[in-house]
Ligand binder design. Structure first.
Ligand code: EPU
Length: 337
């Protein structure tokens, strides 16, 4: 295990922000993780765990130890005619894992194609897109406790998944490092094509005998048309979560704004943050090297050389104007460091 000092984190965050880490370690095994934790105790510095760096905004140099999780491997651990349990190293690239499943005919994650980031980060915030969340295919995970270095298994219930939420962002925040995740995938696919433009895209593609590869290709096509590629324009996907309003608040707003979209869920009515940001005039706005994306205003972007502090300030200005116009609080999905 190699410790590097004063390393630029530019290659390790999809926002493309150039800030440094005092210490930087890449862990390829459980033992590496444990050694890094012991070293961290000696150094007595904050520990920041990094997956694909696709959900963080660096606002300063980090006087900390940054631990990049690189545990690899995709292993089938159980299989029958209906389903398959597959264990995946936390450091595997999420989309590469999805492609592997699609090629093998293992259904369940095809709607989650092209989401940036790593497998280990996926349960953290219960990633979701196009009508599917990972909680629907999650079986269990293994994580190492940061203090006692013991490995612990978390089943579905213990993860307490919610919309972009899990126990690891709440009660157990900063207590565990996820090392391996087991997914339960199906050999008998149930297609989810009802969300957004999936159906139309499949028609445009001239799809006949629908299979999971077609769905994956349709999702890739939609994402590429709407969302900026972080390899070209720095971004961290959706910057804010979509707020859920009570039915009465939503109805009051609908009187003043009859076109406000709303999607009922268990807690109330989910309103697209993208719509709120567009209505307050931010869509497509550029401020020097940063801005609000032209096709999907929920995505804040760094055109190159932008600063995390400026993106944070922009996000606060957006929050304030939405609060002033609609009385709605937007909460960031991205983690500020
Ligand atoms: N909309 C606008 N203006 C726009 C774009 C969208 O008003 O310019 C409104 C429309 O009403 C549209 C609605 O926003 O129907 C929803 O838009 P979209 O389908 O693009 O999805 P989203 O709610 O903005 C969520 C996820 C995305 C995920 C998409 C697709 C969150 C915070 N974001 O975005 O996830 O890819 O659905 O399922 O839930 C991410 O988390 O990084 C991410 C990209």
């Amino acid at each position: 295990m190699n410790i590097q000092e004063n390393i630029s984190l530019l290659p390790y965050n999809t926002f493309g922000i150039d800030k440094k880490a005092k210490y930087f370690i890449q862990a390829t095994s459980e033992n590496d993780v444990k050694s890094a934790l012991l070293k961290n105790k000696k150094l007595n510095l904050p520990l920041i765990v990094l997956g694909g760096g696709s959900n963080i905004l660096l606002t300063k140099d980090l006087d900390a130890m940054v631990l990049k999780i690189e545990l690899k491997g995709i292993k089938v651990i159980e299989e029958n005619e209906e389903c398959i349990l597959v264990e995946v190293g936390a450091g595997e690239n999420w989309h590469k894992f999805v492609q592997h499943c699609v090629e093998k005919g293992w259904a369940g994650v095809e709607n989650l194609s092209l989401i940036p980031g790593t497998v280990g980060a996926s349960p953290m915030q219960n990633i979701g897109a196009y009508g599917v969340e990972i909680k629907e295919v999650f079986h269990q995970l293994t994580a190492i406790h940061r203090e006692n270095l013991k490995e612990k298994i978390f089943d579905w219930k213990a993860c307490r998944f919610g919309y972009r939420e899990s126990v690891f962002k709440n009660e157990l925040k900063d207590q565990f490092i996820i090392t391996r995740v087991i997914f339960k995938l199906s050999k008998r696919p149930v297609f989810h094509t009802e969300y957004g433009a999936i159906k139309e895209t499949l028609e445009e593609m001239g799809t006949k005998n629908l299979n999971i590869k077609d769905i994956s290709n349709a999702v890739i096509k939609i994402r590429q048309s709407k969302l900026p590629d972080p390899n070209i324009i720095g971004n961290a996907g959706s910057f804010f979560k979509n707020p859920t309003l009570s039915i009465s608040t939503y109805e009051l707003l609908k009187r003043d704004y009859p076109t406000i979209p709303g999607f009922p869920n268990k807690e109330g009515i989910k309103v697209p943050a993208a719509w709120l940001i567009e209505q307050t005039g931010w869509k497509g706005k550029t401020f020097g090297k940063i801005g609000v994306h032209i096709n999907q205003p929920l995505v804040l972007v760094n055109y190159g050389g932008g600063e995390g502090e400026d993106i944070k300030l922009l996000s606060q200005r957006i929050q304030e104007s939405i609060k002033a116009k609609f009385g709605i609080e937007l909460h960031p999905e991205v983690n500020f460091l």
